[in-house]
Design a protein around this ligand. Structure first.
Ligand code: SAH
Length: 347
């Protein structure tokens, strides 16, 4: 396994196999949690650095970054060691910085409004590559005070379907929350899924303290199936039932994401039907005016229309807000940046 994927026990085993004393494992673990490469592990003897250098690393580097003039959002294009590219976005809020990371190169889910899935899924990301996106950002923008992090919150909402890369995502969540490691609180992490119902049930058991977001985008099967092929396998009522089980078991509210698409799901009648569908569930609705992807031919809605939709849900006692649009001047929509750069590279 690449170095960046190893947890503390695996590093202890590796170093003991290399004949090293135990305290070296703690040193290596510390370095790996900061994204250091073997040649930067300055308190190790040169011979050990050399041995570690001969093992694949499995890390992430920043290929390009783009700053939003409007709100300080930074969009990253990350490079993986096999030359694949994935995207991430750093968003600044008053309570800290949220990094949106990718879980796969591309995606297999085929949602009709999304740029990430246009060319399918190339491969899953490893544990080290998910963590590596955070560490690359923190190496690039070190925290202002020692003992603090640049990235305080994480959302798994970049390219890919997290529950379609289940084992690595759960492994990553354990790794990034490790108290003697990166130590990011599970309460500061959200995982977003298109609604793979059996995996949601496993997830409730394996990562109960993480916030679950479910991409709903419609209140009826016909519209949802036309936007999200996964709905044909797991229809909307089965997704909502799984959301209820999550809320009941964890006592935490589930977040429903709802991209407002003009002429498709964004009327006041849609808001009324949605509020009936969600009645009685401990939940919050996150409304996102669709970020139109040229290849997809679907329209967004105005901020005012989105606010009206939110107000209607709130009147009907369904908690809802319109997500602040961030970085729209730098291709914030999933997968758009990677596609443009790939087209430029491939010509
Ligand atoms: N596969 C996961 C997570 C990745 S996408 C999921 O489906 O939830 C993160 C969110 O962005 C999802 O709600 C997704 O439906 C939404 N999204 C994708 N493309 C979008 C676009 N062009 N405009 C607005 N939201 C979009």
């Amino acid at each position: 396994m690449p170095l960046a994927d190893l947890n503390k026990q695996e590093i202890e085993k590796l170093l003991s196999d290399l004949g090293e004393p135990k305290y070296r494992a703690a040193q290596v673990w510390g370095w790996l949690n900061r994204g250091a490469r073997p040649d930067e592990m300055t308190n190790l003897p040169a011979s050990l650095r050399e041995k570690l250098s001969s093992i694949p690393y499995g890390g992430v580097t920043i290929e390009q970054k783009f700053f939003s003039e409007k709100d300080g959002t930074v969009k990253y294009l990350f490079r993986l060691e096999d030359e694949n590219l994935v995207e991430g976005v750093l968003m600044r809020y008053h309570y800290g910085n949220t990094l949106c990371i990718s879980t796969q190169v591309g995606c297999n889910m085929g949602c009709k409004f999304c740029a990430s899935t246009l060319e399918g899924c190339v491969r899953d990301l490893t544990i080290g590559e998910m963590l590596g996106q955070i560490l690359a950002v923190e190496r690039d923008e070190p925290p202002k005070e020692t003992g603090h992090r640049t990235v305080t919150n994480i959302v798994l909402m970049g390219s890919g379907e997290p529950l379609d890369n289940y084992d690595n995502v759960v492994g990553f969540l354990h790794r990034v929350t490790a108290a003697d490691g990166p130590n990011i609180s599970p309460r500061n992490i959200s995982v977003s899924t298109c609604g793979i119902v059996p995996k949601i049930d496993s997830f409730i058991e394996d990562a109960p303290h993480v916030t679950l977001s479910i991409s709903l985008h419609a209140h009826d099967d016909e519209t949802r199936s036309s936007l999200m092929p996964i709905n044909k396998a797991y229809p909307i009522d089965s997704v909502i039932a799984a959301a209820k089980r999550y809320a009941q078991k964890t006592g935490r509210r589930v977040v429903f994401e709802y991209a407002l698409i003009g002429g498709v799901n964004a009327s006041i009648a849609d808001a009324d039907a949605l509020s009936e569908k969600l009645r009685g569930i401990l939940c919050h609705v996150n409304l996102i005016p669709l970020n139109p992807v040229p290849e997809r031919g679907l329209d967004g809605v105005s901020r005012a229309e989105a606010e009206r939709f939110a107000a209607r849900l709130n009147e009907r006692n369904i908690s809802a807000t319109v997500r602040r649009e961030m970085g729209t001047d730098i291709e914030g929509a999933c997968g758009q940046l990677r596609r443009r750069i790939l087209h430029e590279i491939r010509g």
